[in-house]
Design a protein around this ligand. Structure first.
Ligand code: SF4
Length: 174
């Protein structure tokens, strides 16, 4: 039997109750459709970094080139260093991934959809990626899609094709 290609997935999308509010955000397409074709590797950066369930929500604040993870309701709470340390030790362990399915708007996992706030917590019109996904992209430019985009067949098919092509390049360079 051939081994399945590995794709990382924000763990809350697989139905695991790991979100800050103790809930999950299951994606039927990931769980029922993609899981047949690929090996889905669950990743929850916030929990794996050592945060509890539930936990105080955080948001991305500050300048776009030096964003910080700050408590939404408690500005004294900061987990920027914790998340960067986590990414540094986690990313080398994810070399088998040929793609990533990201939870939209998350300050850790979002992909170009995460709102940016000012240092004082005021909303801006800027969107960026969560700290984990930013680090993943800087580490290795692999195919990434958000769960909201999985609903669009053209985007889903393009992602599947990109993952297969990326995996071919991965395995041919071994
Ligand atoms: S969005 Fe990412 S950090 Fe937040 S609960 Fe889901 S997997 Fe964990």
């Amino acid at each position: 039997m051939t081994e399945k290609i590995c794709i990382g997935v924000s763990r809350c999308l697989l139905g695991d109750a790991v979100r800050y509010d103790g809930q999950s955000k299951p994606s039927a397409i990931a769980i029922e459709q993609l899981a047949e074709q690929f090996e889905l590797i669950p990743i929850c950066p916030e929990v794996e970094a050592g945060l509890s369930i539930p936990r105080p929500p955080v948001q991305l604040r500050g300048r776009i080139d030096s964003l910080r993870l700050i408590g939404r309701d408690d500005p004294k709470l900061e987990i920027t260093g914790l998340m960067h340390d986590y990414c540094e030790q986690k990313l080398p362990k994810l070399e088998q991934l040929a793609g990533f399915i990201a939870k939209s708007r998350s300050p850790s996992c979002g992909y170009n959809s995460t709102p940016v706030f000012t240092d004082n917590g005021e909303a801006t019109s800027l969107l960026t990626s969560g700290i984990f996904t930013q680090s993943l992209v800087e580490h290795r430019l692999l195919p990434i899609i958000e769960e909201t985009q999985l609903e669009q067949p053209s985007l889903l098919n393009a992602f599947i094709q990109a993952v297969n092509e990326y995996d071919k390049r991965l395995t041919s360079s071994d």
